[in-house]
Design a protein. Sequence first.
Length: 130
Amino acid sequence: MFSSHKDLPVLGRAQGGDNGNLTIEENPIDWTFRPADLQGVQGAFAVFVTGDSMAPKYKDQDLAYIHPTTSPRKGRFVLIETAEHKGLIKQFVKWEGETLCLRQFNPDRLLYFKRSEIRQIMLVIGSLDA
């Protein structure tokens, strides 16, 4: 169930590939309906997915809903923002000490990031097909 009015900001686009470029805008680039899981969640937002590295789960132009404070769990999908302000949507695998391990679907491979390279990691709670 979604809210009855568009009150969830769309704050940018998240690149699907490993050379992601997430730009979280200060001002929304659009507004969308808030899903039930984000009702009352301060700081929640959505981003448009670009690229096909996570297809068929997330496809180009899908709208991904982001919960900014829920911790990721193995197998769930996350939006990470790197220290260089690049953004990626990937599947969370695990933390190995100070290293974050994520899975990409296309091509299927694991990606590794040092904790110091990560600015934020946020849970993707769902999406709306483009």
